[in-house]
Design a protein around this ligand. Structure first.
Ligand code: MRU
Length: 354
């Protein structure tokens, strides 16, 4: 579907990823040669987004096998690379199970990591198939006027492999000729909305407008948002949703304005072992300098630059994610269909979790 993927293998059987810290200004490809490269790529957010973190970790295990590293150490290091997105732990567990009785560790790890990647592509495509009717229905109700969708952070193809989760229904709607327009929250502190979502929407010719994170409520009050769709890093058995910091505030505003608030996710983002998202989902806290500085392309030099936006001595707090309680979520769009954000809804679609 897309002109590129976010992770791929090379002829000499290494792994390459796009350095997402440089987008949209520079296209820099990073080669991952050892599992420590994969660990660092996840930690430093060269790659990010729950499904892509999982895929990178899976290839990290392949690289560890290939370089003859201690696999237990590699699993431990990769597990510690980021705490919130459950896809990381899901992918590592899948690799571990697969490698348990493997005679050829390198070949098995290579094949399993590739399968994780292919599965994610198909899963995201199906999220689009199931999410598309939601957009179609609004378009018909509005007599084919533009459907305005608000999103937060980047749950697009850059957070996955292809298609993305929230972007899959959007791309499929556009392919069908439905008029869509996306309000993109800039998503401070790291600006994944401005940098990444706007980048990929531009590449896919989707009309969009960048907004500051605080603008969504105003737009909703004035009838300028038809629906919100966001991604998630971990969704609990009860349907509580962890996603990029600020998602909860958008859900509150949507609720207050009776605007549907959907969460698009592959089942690899479900954590059916926990129920209460607020109490049980570990929330990443990152370096305060991500808040104190803004990174962007300098108007003066045209180079990427970091600019301090507060007094030198001011401290900042930097929680990476928040939890939106299930009661604020209109539905979960998964590869198997749409369900209520509840245990009942999830188990009906995924009976294997009964
Ligand atoms: O900190 P990030 O950029 O990894 O956070 C990403 C998100 O919050 C995404 O919405 C989520 O991982 C879903 S990606 C399909």
């Amino acid at each position: 579907m897309s002109a590129f993927r976010t992770i791929w293998t090379t002829e000499d059987h290494y792994v390459e990823v796009i350095d997402q810290r440089k987008l949209p200004h520079e296209w820099v490809v990073e080669k991952l040669i050892s599992y420590k490269d994969a660990e660092r790529a996840i930690k430093d957010m060269v790659v990010r987004g729950a499904p892509l973190i999982g895929a990178t970790a899976a290839y990290g295990i392949y690289l560890a096998a290939r370089e003859g590293a201690n696999l237990d150490e590699a699993f431990t290091a990769l597990r510690a690379s980021r705490p919130t997105a459950v896809n990381l732990f899901w992918a590592l567990d899948r690799m571990k199970t697969k490698l348990e009785n493997a005679s050829d560790l390198v070949q098995t790890a290579w094949e399993e990591a590739a399968q994780i990647v292919e599965d994610d592509v198909e899963t995201c495509r199906m999220i689009g198939v199931h999410g598309l009717p939601l957009i179609e229905e609004i378009s018909q109700r509005k007599q084919e006027e533009v459907v305005n969708i608000l999103t937060h952070c980047n749950a697009g193809m850059l957070g996955c492999i292809e298609w993305g989760t929230i972007t899959s229904p959007i791309y499929q709607a556009a392919q069908k000729g439905i008029k869509v327009h996306v309000w993109v929250d800039e998503t401070r502190p790291r600006l994944q909305g401005a940098n990444l979502t706007c980048y990929e929407l531009t590449r896919h010719n989707i009309p969009h407008t960048l907004i500051v994170d605080n603008q969504g409520g105003h737009l909703m009050q004035h009838g300028m948002v038809d629906m919100c769709i966001v991604g998630t890093d971990r969704t609990t058995r009860n349907g509580d949703v962890a996603n990029k910091i600020g998602t909860y505030l958008k859900a509150l505003a949507a609720h207050d304005n009776q605007i549907p608030f959907y969460v698009a996710l592959p089942s690899t983002t479900l954590d059916m072992t926990i129920r209460d998202g607020l109490k049980e989902i570990p929330i990443e806290q990152r370096n305060q300098d991500e808040v104190r500085y803004i990174v962007g392309k300098s108007k003066a030099t045209g180079q990427l630059d970091e600019v301090l936006i507060c007094p030198e001595t001011t401290n900042a707090s930097n929680y990476g994610f928040d939890v939106t309680p299930a009661r604020l979520v209109s539905g979960l769009i998964t590869e198997r269909g749409i369900c209520a954000a509840s245990e009942k809804g999830l188990v009906a679609l995924f009976p294997e979790y009964k």
